[in-house]
Design a protein around this ligand. Structure first.
Ligand SMILES: Nc1ncnc2c1ncn2[C@@H]1O[C@H](COP(=O)(O)OP(=O)(O)O)[C@@H](O)[C@H]1O
Ligand SMILES: [Mg+2]
Length: 395
C-alpha cells in the first residue's frame, strides 16, 4: 500500500500515531502539575523502562501538558560524558532571562541570575560572558561552593523563587537520566527535597533505564518519599492491537485478527517493535484487510532491518570481551540471569567478570533488576546476539 500514507512511525522519540496504554501516567502528570501549582506536595515522576518502550515520547507529551497548564519548561537529554551542570546551565539562563523580560521589575529574578552566574563560575561551565549579561554581578557565597549537592539545591531554589514571584511555575524534564553520576542524581534529589519543603513551584520529570531506582539508592530514603518511578513497559495484547488497528482504520484500512496476533507474538507488545512491524507490513500489503501472510512476508525484512539498525548501533560500541559476556547471557535466553550462571557459561570465575559487567552497565547495555541478577536493557536483544554470533562455545 502507499508508503506515503503509512501511519506508523518507528524511530527513537518519533511520536506514534496514537499514544496507547499510557493514560495512567498522563493522569499522574496532570495531578502532579496541578498540585505543585497550588502549593501542595506531590512526588516527582521518573519514568523507568527498557529501550524502545516509549519513554521519550511520553516525556515530550508531559512537556506539552505542562506548557498547556501554563508552566515554563526545560527539556534536556543527559549524555554519557556531559556533566549535569553543563547540561542545565544554558537552559536555566534562558529561562531566567525569559522571566526577566516579563512586565515589571523582579528582585527575585535578578537574584536568580546572580546566583546562576556564581554557580557557573564555580562549576566552570562556559556559557559565554557576553551572552550572559555583563551587568550581572555573581552572588558570591551562594551556589558556588563547588559541591553540587549544596549548589544545585541553592540554584534551583533561587530559580523557583523567581518563578514564584512571576507566578509562573517551572517544569524541568530530563531524558536518559541514568547517565548522571551518583553525586549528580543525589544533588537533584536534594534539590527536589528543598522544593518540596519550601513548596516552591518547580517540578522535575525524568525518564531513564530501570537502573534508576537502584542508582538513587544512596539517597534512597529521600528518593522514595520524593519520587515515584512509574514502570513503562510493553503494551498489553489489547493495547497492542489498538496501537496497530486504530491508525490504519483512520485511513480506511484494517488488519485481520490473525495478523494482529502474529505481530503481538513477535513483538511481545514492545512499542518500538510494534511501530516497525506495522510500518513494514503496511508497505508489503497490497490491499485491506492486511493478512497474516502480509505480516509473515514483512517479518523476513523487519528482522534484518532491526539487526542492521536498532540492534547494530549498540553492538558496534562493544569490545570483544563485552560481546562475549552478552553472548553468554543470550545463551541463557530472555529475562534476568544470575551472574554466577553467566560466569559458568563462559567457564570463568564470577569475580573475574566484575570489570566487564561494570562497563556494560555504564554503556547502558545491561542492568541489574535485583541484586546479583543481570538483564538486557533492550528487548529481544538475546535473540539478536544469537543471530549476530551464531557459533558460540559454551564452556
Ligand atoms: N504508547 C505507544 N503506543 C504505540 N507506539 C508507541 C508508544 N510509545 C512509543 N511508541 C513508539 O515506540 C518507539 C520508541 O519510542 P521512544 O519514546 O523513543 O522509546 P524510549 O525512549 O523508551 O526508548 C517510537 O517509534 C514510538 O513511536
Ligand atoms: Mg528515549
Amino acid at each position: 500500500m502507499d508508503p506515503i500514507k503509512n501511519p506508523f512511525s518507528p524511530g527513537a522519540g518519533s511520536p506514534p500515531p496514537e499514544l496507547v496504554g499510557r493514560d495512567d501516567v498522563l493522569e499522574q502528570t496532570r495531578i502532579l502539575l496541578g498540585r505543585v501549582r497550588s502549593k501542595r506536595p506531590e512526588k516527582s515522576l521518573l519514568l523507568t523502562g527498557l529501550r524502545g518502550v516509549g519513554k521519550t515520547v511520553l516525556l515530550n507529551e508531559m512537556e506539552r501538558i505542562a506548557q498547556r497548564d501554563g508552566y515554563r519548561t526545560i527539556l534536556v537529554e543527559a549524555h554519557e560524558d556531559k556533566p549535569l551542570a553543563a547540561l542545565l546551565a544554558p537552559h536555566l539562563r534562558r529561562l531566567l532571562f525569559d522571566l526577566d523580560r516579563m512586565a515589571g521589575a523582579s528582585d527575585k529574578v535578578r537574584r536568580g541570575l546572580a546566583v546562576l552566574k556564581s554557580f557557573i563560575g564555580a562549576v566552570k561551565v562556559t556559557v559565554g560572558e557576553a551572552e550572559f549579561g555583563l551587568d550581572i554581578e555573581p552572588e558570591r557565597g551562594t551556589a558556588d561552593s563547588g559541591d553540587l549537592e549544596v549548589d544545585l539545591p541553592n540554584l534551583l531554589s533561587a530559580l523557583a523563587e523567581a518563578a514564584e514571584e512571576r507566578q509562573n511555575p517551572v517544569a524541568i524534564l530530563i531524558d536518559e537520566i541514568q547517565y548522571f553520576k551518583q553525586a549528580e542524581l543525589s544533588a537533584l534529589i536534594m534539590a527536589m527535597h528543598k522544593m518540596q519543603q519550601r513548596q516552591l513551584p518547580l517540578v522535575l520529570m525524568g525518564a531513564g533505564l530501570p537502573i534508576l531506582p537502584g542508582l538513587a539508592g544512596e539517597s534512597k530514603s529521600y528518593a522514595e518519599r520524593l519520587f515515584s518511578f512509574p514502570d513503562i513497559g510493553p503494551l498489553s495484547r489489547p493495547d497492542s492491537a489498538k496501537a496497530l488497528q486504530d491508525p490504519v482504520k483512520a485511513v480506511g484500512v484494517e488488519f485481520e485478527k490473525a495478523a494482529l496476533q502474529e505481530i503481538f507474538r513477535l513483538t511481545i507488545g514492545y512499542p518500538y517493535f510494534l511501530q516497525e512491524w506495522g510500518y513494514q507490513t503496511w508497505n508489503h500489503a497490497d490491499r485491506s484487510p492486511i493478512t497474516l501472510q502480509d505480516v509473515q512476508n514483512a517479518t523476513a525484512k523487519v528482522i534484518p532491518r532491526l539487526d542492521a539498525n536498532f540492534f547494530r548501533v549498540r553492538f558496534d560500541r562493544l569490545t570483544p570481551s563485552e560481546k562475549n559476556y552478552l553472548r553468554a547471557m543470550a545463551e541463557l535466553g530472555p529475562g534476568a540471569h544470575r551472574s554466577g550462571d553467566i560466569a559458568s557459561v563462559l567457564g570463568v570465575k564470577v569475580t573475574s567478570l566484575g570489570p566487564v559487567r561494570a562497563k556494560l552497565i555504564k554503556k547502558g547495555m545491561i542492568y541489574s533488576p535485583t541484586h546479583g541478577d543481570m538483564a538486557f536493557t533492550v528487548p529481544l536483544f538475546d535473540e539478536f546476539m544469537r543471530r549476530a554470533i551464531p557459533e558460540f562455545q559454551v564452556r
